[in-house]
Design a protein around this ligand. Sequence first.
Ligand code: NAI
Length: 703
Amino acid sequence: MSALIHFQVDRQLALIGLAHAPVNALGQRLRSELLQAIERAVADGEVRAIIVYGHGVPFGAGADINESGTLAPFASPSLGDVLLRMTQLNKPLIAAISGMALGGSLELALACGYRISEPGARFALPQINLGLIPGAGGTQRLPRLVGAAQALEMILYGRPVNARHALQAGLLDRLAQSPETLLAEASEWAHELLAAQAPAQPSPPWPDPASELPAHYFQQYRSANKHRWQGQPAPQQALAALEAACNLPLAEGLAFEAGLFRQLEGSSQSEALRHVHAAEGDLGTQPGVNLQTPIRPVHRVAIIGAGTMGGGIAMCFANAGIPVALLELKAEALDRGLRQIRTNYQTGVKRGKLTEAQLEQRMELLHGTLDYAEISDADLVIEAVFESLAIKQQVFRTLDEVCKPGAILASNTSTLDVDAIAAVTRRPQDVIGLHFFSPANVMRLLEVVRGQATAADTLATTLSIAARIGKIPVVSGVCFGFIGNRMLEPYSREAHRLLLEGATVAQIDKVLTDLGLAMGVLAMHDLAGIDVSYLIRESRREQIRQDPGYCKIADALYDLGHYGQKTASGFYHYQGREPVENPELTALAENIAWGLGITRRVISNQEIHDRCMFMLINEGIALLDEGIAQRSGDIDLVWINGYGFPAWRGGPLHYARTLGLDVVLEGIRHYRQSLGAYGQMWFQPAPLLERLVAAGKTRIEVI
Ligand code: NAI
């Protein structure tokens, strides 16, 4: 019939195979050909029932992501129209699902009267992750099939379910034995249905999807999540659509859902989330690396240093079933490190995330040692010792002596020069930075620092291992702080300075959390440790000497021994982990400001937003221009996954586009003038920002 559909009539059954490799994306052509195939089956007098299945490919991964943001998803026939037609047939229609039914493809299955899958299939409506809701009947048909409570989990959170769970919930009617027997079992079932004169569309098991929900459920759910959903229309609309499924007849609910979907398709939230999705897809694309680049086998890993980071990194590998040797200088440090790992796993057991047996299995994969000879066969070594160039270079000299040829030697340094570390070895091509974020076993971001001499296969191998341990690897060039911490510096600097000029700690942090950041920058410094940022400043006093007020408040807190959460006092005071106002901070700020001749004034929220954000954005654009970051999307992923920037704003550089690059540039120029010597010193527009604005560009790319 056509390249995208495989059509066959067999024993009175029309077998419609969707064959749009690789994952049956439901683009306009497939939709149109599916509709034709359905009409052909309807018109064929010999056909008494229809089976839709994935022909040599999974059942389907949903909409064609390449169509998003264009009018193509609405190009006739729309998925909603195709599915509506499928519900109007007088012949039973079975979805036979292999692999996956995600998004629009699950909606396709929901429009069929009957559903069977193989045991390995997965089901999800993940549209919410792209700032959308299911727009082809999913929000209306799913609750009628499984009840509103279960549908809410899948639609509001995009939670996937496996085949067994789908069967229990009522999403599936039957499970086939295997993918190989799926079509035959579906055909047998079709004949059973015909023999039993089953209706083409059986009546739904949940005609009143809300019947098991408590009274005022939706209202309460909405108000409980009001703050969390601020600025995010998709979860609000998903809830509204579900409520409609409980209150409106199907036809009206479908029309309501379609209207909401169209609104969301054009929303800035969805645009931002689609940008994030595309940025994740680009991660593997690196200059000099392609599908032919060899990947070195990694079977054994060694970690040097069993402290906070070393322990967390070791857990990442043990969680993925990869054996890890942990090396320390002293037995006490090693015991402490291993004990801490066990304690962390025990917390997981208490929270029901892990069984006792899994805990033991993972601990068995960890092997402590004090002897470098025992790690000579490691394929990948990650150093996580103290942040001192001399100590790290000494470790790398030893690794160079003992490790087998071809082993990848990585450093978890957060600020040091990876090239200077590589230079002490005779194999700089095998050296790379792997900057994990704390807690390393939880945070998904991994900055992969490509040194001057790092070989393409070293990079390709670390990218593939990152995927194995579930990380999001963003490649950075070598510079102070790499992508994330280098941008953190001007962003924090503004927050510190605003405190001196008259803003309060709570005001600054609230502006940032209102923007959607997971935490304010000052609360974040308390969490990371005021002592940690102090030591970083110490290492670069030369560069910051020009600014006499530079992070002076943080320096004063350090001198007072107020290191943040760990001492229950920093920018905030802490009662447990709960921050409360530090009453001494204003006096401290007033004193320092007086000493520096800074006139304190009332600072508006807008000024806080603009100074912190514009400096963050400006540094990101500079990093792109310098080639430290490859793409603006990489920078956005670092800030979303490492620093709590809201994904629904697309990351700082995507956010800059929504603000307008000209607005950002104008703001920087304004503060350069209005803040006197301080403004002249720091509010220096990135040359690329100036070029982009002059050229009238809206995309952020190197020109
Ligand atoms: P830590 O002080 O908790 O752990 C360091 C461990 O290394 C200690 O257990 C120490 O006994 C051991 N060690 C020191 N010298 C050694 C040597 N020559 N051979 C073997 N073991 C040795 O420090 P943490 O926080 O784990 O930091 C480690 C590295 O990770 C540093 O480079 C740091 O900058 C980096 N990092 C830290 C982050 C954090 O949030 N703590 C985040 C990202 C990177």
